[in-house]
Write a protein that binds this ligand. Structure first.
Ligand SMILES: Cc1cc2nc3c(=O)[nH]c(=O)nc-3n(C[C@H](O)[C@H](O)[C@H](O)COP(=O)(O)OP(=O)(O)OC[C@H]3O[C@@H](n4cnc5c(N)ncnc54)[C@H](O)[C@@H]3O)c2cc1C
Length: 595
């Protein structure tokens, strides 16, 4: 057995993982495990920007930003976390600038800022310019900058190493009142080396999960092929709850029929959504900030236009993003990549023609529950010493039931930095936890099962059917019936998953094997999302129930927590336990959410 020993092991080399590594690497012996080469992580696909109330181009302050984040998240946001994010945003941008990130500049040489949905002046009065950006390649620039700085600080990378299991031990611990409970502690991570097919144990005092989102649960998605929610799945299988998984963001402007993202920056720079009658329909749904309303509202409005027969194209199944009134030079300077996507993938010339768009699955608001130091919770009352999470895998919760655009690149920088710092500080004082007696046994069994399986089902076929049912039943609009259909379909897919076989039985670069493992995570997460959605009989943020169209603060102003628990049952599904967690309020009481 190959065992590596580090103070801190970070799983994931996207923005959150590398921001954590820069802090941790300067304080403790740190390794980063990543299934992708670092600079191929999805952060690099982020286009539009990263917000901070710098007030470089117009009046702004962190308090307005906090308010927008909380209202944008339909009041399910933990307000202490949102305050920290908005305050620390300013340093987060300046840190990146000092590391060398080439932001766009104003004529006076300040970092330029642009508009984005839901970001407003003075509590909703008008859109504000808050997003810092580097053309429409902001994430690419962030990822390259962070990687270069990791190299500078001698962070050790294990590229194409897949984390497949989290090693924990449980110890009896005593509460203040004398009662006892089982306290989880972190011992390390089990990882699979893609090149050789060997398993490695990484023993660590601290482990940071920064493994990104799970958009591949859906068919129409802006997310890369690799976003299969591995970190969420691994934590969940180890008894760690998942928080608020019913909340998935559908980004309004995916290229119609494809889901490839056209950044909200297109509307931030003046783009307008129109229906088949040429009407700027967002004036009806959000009279004050129109096309720059939060994403849940814009996505629903678009879907509603299509439903009511005002969609465009032969099947009337999309709406149009109109940039034709913008100067071509402005488009080229501010939106070069995404306009190229429209040309390449749809054959549409954005200078002169409006671009067909429709909502696309984009971001998982829920995830592994953490506190504001990035520490992971094993339940509402107890954290797991040494275990941290940050970025899209985590739920702090700064996004509540709907994330504002540009708040994720911010989240990964603010909470990535925090997680890396606290993980390293913890490692300085802690001892290694002894590894479990046979740390590989479960992972080996998982892989052997897949390798040796000789069933008739194909991974790609099951994955496609999963994505189809999630698109059909768990998208922008949901009802109890559609969600139950998804739950039932997932149950059937689980049975088929037990009857798979893969073609490649080899050891080296066996992506066939790993895609089967990833599909297992997707099935787990789709089930948690659907079952959570069934329980939430209200509409809030990204979760819209047509059978319960109003927000119901009395019953549902609380986070959903789903645990894997063999003895429990939830919504008729055995093996899941449901619980809730209070939302943290500081100064904002829930109000009606109008824009
Ligand atoms: C097309 C697109 C555009 C976007 N634009 C914006 C924007 O303009 N502004 C904004 O704020 N947000 C944007 N977002 C959202 C934002 O980019 C992401 O939420 C954020 O970058 C996620 O960062 P992360 O570090 O958490 O994860 P990622 O960048 O996805 O990185 C995940 C890392 O985990 C690793 N990993 C995963 N599983 C494993 C495993 N099992 N073992 C080992 N390693 C593993 C991967 O190799 C990768 O390095 C956009 C998202 C998309 C998809």
């Amino acid at each position: 057995m190959q065992v590596h020993k580090y103070d801190v092991v970070i799983v994931g080399a996207g923005g959150a993982g590398m921001r954590a590594a820069i802090e941790s690497g300067q304080r403790a012996h740190t390794a980063v495990l990543t299934k992708l080469y670092p600079t191929r992580s999805h952060t690099g696909a982020a286009q539009g920007g990263m917000c901070a109330a710098l007030a470089n181009v117009e009046e702004d302050n962190w308090e307005w930003h906090t308010f927008d984040t909380i209202k944008g998240g339909d009041y399910l946001v933990d307000q202490d976390a949102a305050e920290i994010m908005a305050k620390e945003a300013i340093d987060a941008v300046l840190d990146l600038e000092k590391m060398g990130l080439p932001f766009n500049r104003t004529p006076e040489g300040k970092i330029d800022q642009r508009r984005f949905g839901g970001h407003t002046r003075d509590h909703g009065k008008a859109p504000v310019r808050r997003a810092c950006y580097a053309a429409d390649r902001t994430g690419h620039m962030i990822l390259q900058t962070l990687y270069q700085n990791c190299v500078k600080h001698n962070v050790e990378f294990y590229n194409e190493y897949y984390a497949l299991d989290l090693l924990t031990v449980e110890e009896e611990a005593t509460r203040e009142d004398g009662s006892t409970y089982l306290q989880k502690r972190v011992a390390g991570v089990v990882s699979y080396d893609l090149a050789t097919g060997e398993l490695h144990v990484f023993q660590a005092k601290s482990v940071v999960f920064a493994s990104g989102g799970a958009g591949k649960v859906f068919k129409t998605t802006s997310n890369a092929h690799t976003l299969t929610g591995d970190g969420m799945g691994i934590a969940f299988r180890r008894g760690i709850p998942l928080e608020d998984m019913e909340f998935v963001q559908f980004h309004p402007t995916g290229l119609a029929g494809l889901g490839i993202l056209l950044s909200e920056a297109a509307r931030g720079e003046g783009g307008i959504l129109r229906n088949s009658e040429g009407e700027r329909f967002m004036e009806r749904y959000a009279p004050t900030i129109k096309d720059l309303a939060p994403r849940d509202i814009v996505a629903r409005s678009m879907a509603n236009e299509v439903r009511e027969g005002r969609g465009c194209g032969p099947d009337k199944d999309y709406v149009l993003l109109d940039l034709t009134h913008l100067e071509p030079a402005h488009i080229d300077a501010k939106l070069p990549d995404i306009t190229e996507f429209a040309r390449t993938y749809l054959g549409v010339e954005p200078y002169t023609e409006p671009v067909p768009v429709f909502p696309t699955a984009h971001y998982v608001m829920g995830g592994v529950p953490t506190n504001i130091q990035g520490e992971v919770h094993q339940d509402n009352d107890h954290t797991i010493p040494g275990l941290y999470a940050a970025g899209e895998v985590a739920c702090v919760s700064v996004h509540g039931s709907n994330r504002l655009g540009t708040n994720s690149l911010l989240d990964i920088n603010v909470f990535g930095k925090r997680a890396g710092t606290y993980a390293a500080e913890y490692a300085k004082t802690a001892d290694f936890v002894d590894l479990p007696e046979n740390p590989l046994v479960e992972t080996q069994a998982l892989l052997d099962n897949v390798r040796q399986a000789d069933g008739t089902e194909r991974i790609a076929a099951i994955r496609k059917d999963l994505q189809d049912t999630m698109d059909a039943n768990m998208q922008v609009f949901r009802t109890g019936d559609t969600i139950k259909k998804a739950v039932k379909d997932i149950e059937g897919l689980r049975e088929r998953y037990a009857n798979i076989s893969i073609q490649d039985k080899g050891k080296r670069f066996n992506l066939d094997l790993l895609e089967a493992v990833e599909l297992g995570f997707l099935l787990d997460l789709a089930e948690v999302m659907s079952v959570s959605a069934l329980g939430r009989e209200e509409s809030r943020g990204g979760h819209f129930r047509e059978d319960f169209p109003d927000r119901d603060d009395e019953r549902f102003m609380k986070h959903s927590m789903v645990y894997k628990d063999e003895t429990a049952e939830m919504q008729g599904i055995k093996g899941l336990r449901f619980d809730t967690k209070p939302v943290t309020f500081t100064r904002y009481q829930p109000m009606e959410r109008k824009y």
